[in-house]
Design a protein around this ligand. Structure first.
Ligand SMILES: [Zn+2]
Ligand SMILES: [Zn+2]
Length: 377
């Protein structure tokens, strides 16, 4: 028997030819946005089958089938009861042979052959009669052709398996990359939100104009303060927030001897709770119960120990008390003036300035439920 120059087992050559084609066609469609092409991974070098890998060659085969091969053809054709089949599809258990005239005669006849070529199952009728073959073709008995057919089938199946494994590896790799990308994007988004939050700066404590307090006019800073007391400053805080036993207070009202701190959540929960503290921060009194449970603290706050915050608070208190007494004095004068004016006028004093408005010396600060803080005094 004459072996062919073209090795029918050389699958790699065929593969290379096939992969080369899409590259040429891609050049024609440059303006079309390229979809991510699932690259065919390079397959590992396939091993040769062992004796056990291949079906046993029978001692004899029925004479209704044999193989033929044209001089230029790479693969065998199967001739079964005078009908020619080619372009075999190699499954794991069967090989499906398709009618050689399927294109010309739109013939859907196929022949399913068991792996060892002992069982034949024709499917679908031929749309044509027996046809003569063009050109010369060499005849091969099953004994001659089958050892080669078995090897082709084995290799095709191995190749398919290897391809499936390699593709699943590529898919897994791609999925991993996609997940990592999604994770990175989510992380970037979180960072962006965080940065946007950080953008709202914590304002500086405003300077008080006019005369400044002398050292002995301010309370003495203690050597130590209880650890349930500290201060916070956030973007909505003008001066400081007081944290007392984990509860937040702000909008201090500065009196000459006491400072009254109001619950930070008084607006949201109509909370009446206050902390009354002596201006030297040595005596505390919590008044009224909170109308709400524990509230989460605002993010983006700076923490201050009493020793850090109190020197500033003492000065703020001094200025506020001074302002209040000046205001009171002015009001007294105003009232005196009004009474005097009234005495000289005859009735009709409607444009009176409301006394409460003038008396307001509360340091209104935005609480945590209020974002629209203004610097208005
Ligand atoms: Zn046919
Ligand atoms: Zn409260």
């Amino acid at each position: 028997m004459k072996m062919t120059e073209i090795d029918p087992l050389d699958i790699t050559k065929c593969l290379r030819k096939q992969t080369a084609k899409p590259e040429c066609s891609q050049k024609k469609t440059v303006d079309v946005p390229k979809k991510p092409v699932l690259e065919i991974p390079k397959l590992p070098e396939l091993p040769e089958p062992t004796e056990e890998d291949l079906p046993k060659l029978q001692d004899s085969y029925p004479d209704y089938f044999h193989f033929e091969k044209g001089k230029k053809s790479r693969y065998f054709d199967l001739v079964y009861h005078g009908k020619r089949f080619n372009s075999a599809i190699y499954g794991t258990c069967n090989t499906i042979w398709q009618c050689a005239h399927r294109r010309k005669y739109r013939c859907s006849a196929v022949l399913q052959v068991s792996k060892d070529y002992t069982n034949f199952e024709p499917r679908n009728e031929h749309t044509h009669g027996n046809l003569k073959t063009k050109g010369e073709s060499e005849l091969f008995t099953p004994q001659q052709a089958l050892p080669i057919m078995f090897r082709i089938s084995w290799k095709k199946n191995q190749e398919r398996k290897a391809k499936r494994v390699a593709m699943s590896r590529v898919m897994k790799e791609r999925l991993k990359i996609q997940r990592a990308k999604a994770k990175a994007e989510a992380e970037a988004e979180r960072e962006r939100i965080k940065a946007a939050r950080r953008k709202k700066p914590i304002p500086k404590i405003p300077e008080f104009p006019g005369p400044q307090p002398a050292e002995d006019e301010l309370p003495k800073l203690q050597d130590s303060y209880p650890d349930y007391l500290y201060f916070e400053r956030g973007p909505n805080t003008l001066y400081y927030d007081l944290v007392y036993y984990g509860e937040r207070y702000n909008s201090a009202i500065f009196g000459s001897r006491y400072t009254f701190w109001q619950c930070s959540h008084r607006r949201k929960f109509k909370c009446p709770a206050t902390v009354h503290v002596t201006n030297d921060y040595t005596e505390f009194e919590r008044r009224y119960e909170h109308s709400h449970g524990e509230q989460p603290s605002t993010r983006n706050v700076e923490l201050y120990t009493p020793k850090q915050a109190l020197p500033t608070l003492f000065r703020i208190c001094w200025h506020r008390v001074k302002e209040t007494s000046v205001k009171r004095l002015q009001l007294k004068e105003l009232r005196k003036d009004k009474i005097l004016t009234e005495e000289y006028r005859l009735g009709d004093i409607h444009d009176e300035i409301p006394v409460e408005e003038e008396l307001s010396f509360v340091e209104e600060q935005a609480d945590d439920s209020d974002d629209s803080f203004t610097w208005a005094d």
